[in-house]
Every structure is written in structure tokens, then in C-alpha cells.
Design a protein around this ligand. Structure first.
Ligand SMILES: Cc1ncc(COP(=O)(O)O)c(C=O)c1O
Length: 305
């Protein structure tokens, strides 16, 4: 089937307005932009009329390797001749190999990797790790930030989305501070009740402000002073987009966790990851959780609890 050649633009708009995201579709139409993506190739894509366009947005880093990167597709096709999702209870050849590769490409002190299927899910995982490691609930993030639409991520993000999904944004659980403001950060942390600070190294939805000299190392030092973890959301800034694997290390900071997604699969299949140090990953070595897993596997939870 030739999906793009056979597509009828009017019908795609009609179906999108009816069945998909009508608000977003209408917004584009109101702006006079009636673009539907067709064939994709490298750093270019075509509209349905065959007009070639350079993709300078690359979906926030999803297509850093270009659209439909040949090597990624070949690896995926080869992989599916032998593998599927596997069974989440058992160690896996490919999951272990990828985790090892990711740790080797990460700063010293990073020890474990946990996978998700998208950025939001990985952000939620990182926030849960921070809560487990510290026994604290409060999450400190940056005003107007975006970390995804999942439960904890949307609550940590801008009010714009948190409000419409009735996310828990009470002061007790979420505090938002201005970027590049160490005083506000210290005030938020000084109650010794924050599990973590989560920040993009260069916050995209804030308008891409660059961190001022000393700001990010200052935040890390404050996290250490007040016992909170530092989570670097590198969903957009990671994977060499800053010239180094992780933008955060270019500022001389080694966080407790790094979250990656988008370009992690070159936009070919959904996968994300949280890269963690020993402190953040302690729940993975918790014997109670291991016993529950074992019990579930044996089909008799109570016998192990
Ligand atoms: C910085 C950042 N974090 C997290 C996310 C959430 O990723 P996803 O849309 O895959 O859930 C995004 C998505 O745009 C993002 O830009």
C-alpha cells in the first residue's frame, strides 16, 4: 500500500478534525498552515503534494539521526526476526546489552538503567525513584516547564496542562521556581522536604534560556546540601545535541538521574530510559520488591509476603 500517494488531503483533515485532535488540527488550519507530512527521508520530508521541506524542528531531537535512519531500521528489522518484548520477569540479552552501553556513555557514578516507552513515562519513573530514595514527596521544578503528560510529569509541568487534567499541584507535592534563580531554589529546598529537583538543562518551553554561569552547579550543590536528588531531563538536550552525550555534563554537573527519550530510537519505535546512580536505583535492590516479583512469578503472592 502506498500510504502517502493514496492519501486524500481533504479526507485526512476531515478525519483528524472528527476522530483525532480536533483542536490542534483546527488551530493549524486557522493559521493557514494545511500541512500533512508525507514521505520522510533524512533531514527532509515531503508534503502530500510532493513539496520537499527541510525538517529543522526534528520534533525536539526525535530525528537527530534524520528521518527513518537506515541503520536504526536495519537493526530493528534484524531484531524482530529473533526477539519480541520478552518477559519482564527475566533478564534479557538485549535489555542488558543496551543498559551496559548506556551506562558506558554516561558520567561516572551512573550504575543502572530502567526503560519506559516515552518521555513522560520515564520522567514519572525518575520522580518515583527520587521519592523512594528520599522518603519525601515534594518535587521542585521550573516554572513553565514541560516534562510530559503522564501523572507526575504533568503535575511537575506548566499549569497550562496540569490544570486541565486536575493534576495534584498542591504546594505540599509540587513547587515551581523561576529558572536561573538560585535564591528561589534555595528557598524551595531549605525545608528539607523535597525529593528532587527536576530540570531540563536548557528548558525548551521556557523559551530556551541558557543556564547562567554557575547556576546548574549551584542547583546541584543545593540539592546535596538539602538531601534532594537532581534529575536532568535530557529528553531534548541529550544524545549529542549539545556536542556531548549529555548537555548537563558540559556545565560540569553529574546529576543523580538522566532521563532520555525522543532520539533514543531515532523516532522509529517507542523507548525511553532513566539512567540512575546507586542512590536513585536503590529500590531495584530492595529485597521486599524482589520477593513480591518472585511470588507473582510463582503464582502465589501471599506465600512470600
Ligand atoms: C523536555 C521534555 N521532557 C519530556 C517530554 C515528554 O516526552 P513524551 O512526549 O515522549 O512523553 C518532552 C516531550 O516533548 C520534552 O520535551
Amino acid at each position: 500500500m502506498k500510504i502517502f500517494e493514496e492519501a486524500n488531503k481533504k479526507q485526512v483533515f476531515k478525519d483528524s478534525l472528527t476522530y483525532w485532535n480536533s483542536g490542534k488540527t483546527q488551530e493549524w488550519l486557522d493559521l493557514g498552515i494545511d500541512l500533512i507530512m508525507g514521505k520522510r527521508e533524512g533531514y527532509y520530508f515531503y508534503d502530500l503534494e510532493g513539496k520537499k521541506l527541510m525538517d529543522v524542528h526534528i520534533n525536539g531531537g526525535t530525528y537527530s539521526l534524520g528521518h527513518r535512519n537506515k541503520e536504526v531500521i536495519e537493526a530493528l528489522v534484524e531484531g524482530t526476526t529473533q526477539c519480541d518484548m520478552g518477559n519482564h520477569h527475566f533478564p534479557s540479552v538485549v535489555k542488558a546489552a543496551l543498559a551496559k552501553t548506556v551506562i558506558e556513555a554516561s558520567p561516572e557514578g551512573m550504575t543502572h538503567v530502567v526503560y519506559g516507552s516515552n518521555g513522560g513515562e520515564a520522567i514519572d519513573l525518575s520522580l518515583k525513584c527520587a521519592r523512594n530514595a528520599t522518603g519525601r514527596r515534594k518535587i521542585i521544578s521550573v516554572q513553565n516547564c514541560y516534562h510530559g503528560h503522564t501523572g507526575l510529569a504533568v503535575a511537575a509541568g506548566s499549569e497550562r496542562f496540569a490544570k486541565i487534567f486536575l493534576a495534584d499541584t498542591t504546594e505540599e507535592h509540587n513547587v515551581k521556581v523561576p529558572f536561573n534563580d538560585l535564591k528561589a531554589m534555595e528557598e524551595a529546598l531549605s525545608k528539607h522536604d523535597a525529593a528532587c529537583v527536576i530540570m531540563e538543562t536548557i528548558p525548551a518551553t521556557y523559551g530556551f534560556p541558557l543556564p547562567e554561569d554557575g547556576y546548574l552547579p549551584g542547583v546541584k550543590a543545593l540539592c546535596e546540601k538539602y538531601g534532594a536528588l537532581y534529575i536532568a531531563d535530557e529528553v531534548q538536550t541529550g544524545l549529542m545535541r549539545s556536542g556531548e552525550m549529555w548537555a548537563i555534563t558540559t556545565y560540569g554537573v553529574i546529576p543523580d538521574m538522566i532521563v532520555t527519550s525522543k532520539g533514543f530510537s531515532g523516532g522509529i519505535y517507542p523507548i525511553s530510559a532513566v539512567i540512575m546512580n546507586d542512590r536513585a536505583s536503590q529500590w531495584m535492590r530492595c529485597r521486599a520488591i524482589l520477593r513480591i516479583h518472585k511470588a507473582l512469578l510463582m503464582g502465589s503472592p501471599m506465600q512470600f509476603l
